[in-house]
Design a protein around this ligand. Structure first.
Ligand SMILES: NC(=O)c1ccc[n+]([C@@H]2O[C@H](COP(=O)([O-])OP(=O)(O)OC[C@H]3O[C@@H](n4cnc5c(N)ncnc54)[C@H](O)[C@@H]3O)[C@@H](O)[C@H]2O)c1
Length: 384
């Protein structure tokens, strides 16, 4: 059984410092490197403040705070990673910059050192191609904020050692995380199956069927989601959410099912990014009271349309071996806080209902975004 006690983290941005906190709280020694030492120091200062607030809320003790901070050491060079057993990279999302870093890193670490990437959208197999020994490389995809979100997607590349996924899964369990195993395909699990939550909501708005707050109301009140799609996009940032959609669209060879929304593109272009710019689909400078809709039929129609597309994509991901049934459902409940797993939800609503809903939409629009998964038809025909 592999031991991971000394962990190197590269990139001290929001993800890197969050992962450092998780590893450190689990008792590991963390070596944190960022090419801007000032950024690393700033992140560590912020972490100190966050931990102090957690003490006030009685979520951790002063001793735990001291231990977490004591275990994290900022280093000024990658050469300080000579003795770590695992490195997790969390730098800027840029293929060539990450590849260049990995080339440098492999020449420094020991032959047994495992290297993971926290990339959200790049191919692990492509990143792995730069290693002399690619069997040691794997995707370890945390969600933001890493200390709070339990889900981690473990993504082996084509070249990754077959036993490594399990070893990383065990480590993440020791770190009190909920790891799932995902095939190295665009968007892994969550960023793939969750796409219609945003794209279909935007489409419904573009068709002038309902405004942002009514669509959010439908998903929260009828569906039980904690946040509506527009609230969530404002929270994530329209720049970030749009970039993921574009990346998934391109990686699927421009499959129209994943086509990005012009509305979201314009919000990004206008700098209406959401909460961080105080303006997105909602205005965060002024508290505006939205009049809730009483149109129960409309709210149901919106919810069912979005849900049917979500279940269809989850079934398709299962069909194409992206992950197991259990892991797909865990991924959406623990990674994006859906009230139910999408496959369990499909069983509850019946796959026949999902198929008929999609077929009705397809009959109306004749667009590929409403294409029913072959597997969904099979499940429906079996009466499941
Ligand atoms: N933010 C999210 O919601 C989120 C969620 C999951 C995964 N990710 C992924 O995690 C990674 C980091 O994202 P983030 O949001 O923390 O970014 P960020 O911009 O907050 O931080 C990136 C950090 O990397 C440093 N950096 C850049 N180039 C470097 C280099 N060559 N060597 C060393 N340090 C370098 C920067 O100085 C910065 O501090 C990305 O791959 C992103 O796709 C992000």
């Amino acid at each position: 059984m592999r031991e991971f006690k000394n962990i190197g983290i590269i990139g001290a941005g929001s993800m890197g410092i969050g992962i450092a906190q998780v590893a450190s709280a689990a008792g590991c020694k963390v070596f944190l490197y960022d090419n801007s030492i000032d950024s690393a120091k700033k992140s560590l200062n912020n972490l100190e403040k966050i931990l102090s607030r957690l003490i006030v809320k009685q979520r951790i003790t002063e001793l735990q705070k001291q231990q977490i901070l004591h275990n994290i050491k900022i280093v000024s060079s990658l050469n300080d990673f000579k003795n770590v057993e695992l490195v997790i990279e969390a730098i800027i999302e840029d293929l060539s910059i990450k590849k260049e870093l990995f080339r440098k890193l492999e020449a420094i670490v020991t032959p047994n050192c495992i290297i993971g990437s926290n990339t959200s959208s790049l191919s692990i197999t492509d990143l792995g191609s730069v290693f002399k020994d690619p069997t040691r490389f794997i995707g370890i995809h945390f969600f933001n904020p890493a200390p709070l979100m339990p889900l981690v997607e473990v993504v082996p590349a084509l070249q990754t050692d077959k036993n490594l996924s399990l070893a990383i899964k065990k480590l993440l369990q020791q770190w009190k995380k909920l790891p799932v195993i995902a095939k190295d395909t665009p968007g892994f699990i969550v960023n793939r199956v969750a796409r219609p939550f945003y794209s279909e909501a935007l489409r419904i708005y573009e068709e002038q069927i309902a405004d942002f707050s009514t669509i959010d109301q439908a998903m929260k009140e009828v569906g039980g989601f904690k946040m509506g799609p527009f609230e969530l996009m404002d929270f994530i940032g329209n720049d970030v959410n749009y970039a993921v959609t574009v990346s998934v669209f391109k990686s699927f060879y421009y499959d129209p099912k994943y086509k990005p929304s012009l509305t979201q593109k314009q919000y990004k272009e206008a700098g209406w990014l959401g909460r961080k710019t105080l303006k997105g689909y909602y205005d965060y400078n002024n508290s505006v009271n939205h009049n809730p809709s009483n149109d129960v039929a409309l709210l149901n129609e919106i919810f069912e349309r979005i849900l049917a597309l979500l279940i269809n994509d989850a079934v398709d991901a299962l069909y194409l071996g992206v992950a197991s049934k259990e892991d797909i459902d865990l991924a959406v409940t623990k990674g994006v806080n859906y009230p139910k797993g999408l496959l369990a939800w499909g069983e509850e609503k019946t796959f026949n209902w999902v198929m008929n809903t999609l077929d009705d939409l397809y009959a109306t629009y004749h667009e590929d975004r409403y294409r029913c998964s072959a597997h969904l038809r099979k499940l429906a025909s079996k009466g499941l």
